[in-house]
Design a protein around this ligand. Structure first.
Ligand code: TRP
Length: 453
């Protein structure tokens, strides 16, 4: 087996995990899902999901990773030899590659927007021109493919260099900068005319809007944003030292990730309601139509805008890294692949898959509106792998710990830093009963509403 490496400190681990968690999920997907799922009601369910399911599942993945010191597939093989539980790990590896494929397309657009912003396109832009710019980027038959390639190549390059200097170095400094930049943008957005309408949409829940679809979307978004359900955090946990506190790490990761998402909403929604002709249900294009509005109305907009898209690209890449790291560690640990070869192979596969998503936003008619499902290929990938697969993965992980590996064993692992885990009772209750039941219930209801009724 190859040298696996370790984090230099607990802080290093938290920053890498936060780097994985904070990304397009917070700034692109969270506002887009909030907008298409009824605003504040969605936010409400999302926050509950982060606390009730997110934090316990973060702890669970970290502890499984650290106890086994393996990739997701090897972890299940180590903790439960001669069973089929390792298939959960395989599902995770596949999910990671698929998410990487379309995630990198969006990351590519963000990267492209660096240059569009610097070239002063948004200085006096009206909302129609802004839409045109988005159209010309996303519907082009080759720009998105080139951008996709750049993102995957950067990810492969960083990962092939290894764990510590590969991941930690990039996250420690830049995450806080992104955070403050978003706060500045939120202040500008909140002071635009009509901003209050956006705040209402975002913060004043209409509980009658909560149905199975909204709950599935909110669960999916919580797992997606926290990088849960496919073994990414598990893999990072496998590099964590026994001396570090799993609970406090999990709380920090959840807190940081949720703060960034909430602030991103305060950038998007007030500005959205301050211009005519944009709707919250804009879909995947939402931030690409709203962020330029904020930028164009800001003193020093070009500078702020450029910096924003640079930081967002970096945040996206610290997330793509974790998506690719899962499959990489699997090939390295289980098949003795050389790290570099593993990344090239998996990066190549993601790139090829990603081309379909890249061409599904206007470039190729068929992919842009698939028959039967009536949506574009990218959105379909996002629903299957970014929602359903992560929710199922989390369900399997909870059931594994609750009924196969055992709550006592995971508590021992959680307490291996020497501290008593105060919430062990609640934790056991959540992982054994609440998490699986909630997921099952919501899922059955969702299937019923979409396919049977
Ligand atoms: N959480 C990241 C984001 O919000 C995306 C991501 C990275 C992810 N690794 C993951 C999502 C693993 C699910 C599983 O942008």
């Amino acid at each position: 087996m190859q040298e696996r490496g370790n984090w230099s400190s607990k802080f290093g681990f938290i920053m890498a995990a936060v780097g994985s968690a904070v990304g397009l999920g917070n700034v692109w997907r969270f506002p887009y899902y909030t907008g298409t799922h009824g605003g504040a009601a969605f936010v409400f369910v999302y926050l509950i999901a982060v606390i009730v399911l997110g934090i316990p599942l973060l702890m669970t993945e970290i502890a499984i990773g650290r106890a086994s010191n393996r990739n997701p597939v090897g972890a299940f093989k180590t903790l439960s030899p001669d069973t089929r539980w390792y298939l959960v790990g395989i599902l995770g590896v596949l999910t990671g590659i698929f998410i990487l494929s379309y995630y990198s397309v969006i990351a590519g657009w963000v990267f492209g927007y660096i240059f569009i912003t610097t070239s002063n396109k948004f200085a006096m832009a009206d909302e129609q021109m802004i839409s045109q710019v988005f159209q010309s980027v996303s519907a082009s038959p080759f720009i998105p493919v080139v951008l996709l390639f750049v993102i995957i190549a950067l990810t492969v390059y960083i990962i092939s260099k290894g764990v510590q200097n590969g991941i930690e170095r990039y996250t420690k400094i830049l995450m806080p900068v992104l955070f403050f930049l978003l706060i500045i943008l939120a202040i500008r957005s909140l002071t635009l005319p009509n901003a209050i309408k956006g705040v209402e949409f975002y913060m004043k829940p209409d509980f009658s809007k909560i149905d199975a679809k909204v709950i599935v979307a909110a669960l999916g978004q919580a797992f997606f944003s926290l990088s849960l359900g496919m073994g990414a955090i598990l893999t990072y946990g496998s590099y964590l030292s026994k001396k570090d506190n799993v609970f406090s790490c999990s709380v920090w990761i959840a807190l940081a990730d949720t703060m960034v998402a909430l602030i991103a909403g305060f950038v998007i929604f007030p500005a959205l309601f301050s211009v005519e002709g944009l709707s919250p249900a804009e879909g995947p294009a939402l931030i690409f139509k709203v962020l330029p509005v904020v930028i164009s109305k800001m003193p020093g907009g070009i500078l702020f805008g450029t910096l924003l898209f640079i930081l967002l690209t970096i945040a996206a890449i610290t997330s793509t890294i974790s998506l690719l790291e899962v499959g990489t560690s699997y090939l390295v640990d289980e098949y003795g692949f050389e790290r570099k070869k593993a990344t090239y192979l998996l990066g190549g596969v993601s790139f090829i898959l990603g081309i379909f998503s890249a061409l599904s936003c206007g470039a190729v008619g068929f992919l842009s509106k698939l028959p039967v499902v009536n949506m574009d290929f990218l959105s379909l990938m996002d629903i299957i792998f970014g929602n359903v697969s992560l929710i199922l993965g989390s369900l399997f992980i909870a059931v594994f710990v609750g009924y196969k590996w055992g709550i006592e064993k995971i508590i021992l692992e959680i307490e291996s830093d020497g501290n008593k885990f105060r919430f062990r009772g609640i934790y056991g209750l959540l992982i054994r009963y609440i998490v699986p039941l909630l997921i099952l219930l919501v899922f059955v209801n969702f299937i019923y509403e979409t396919f049977i009724r």
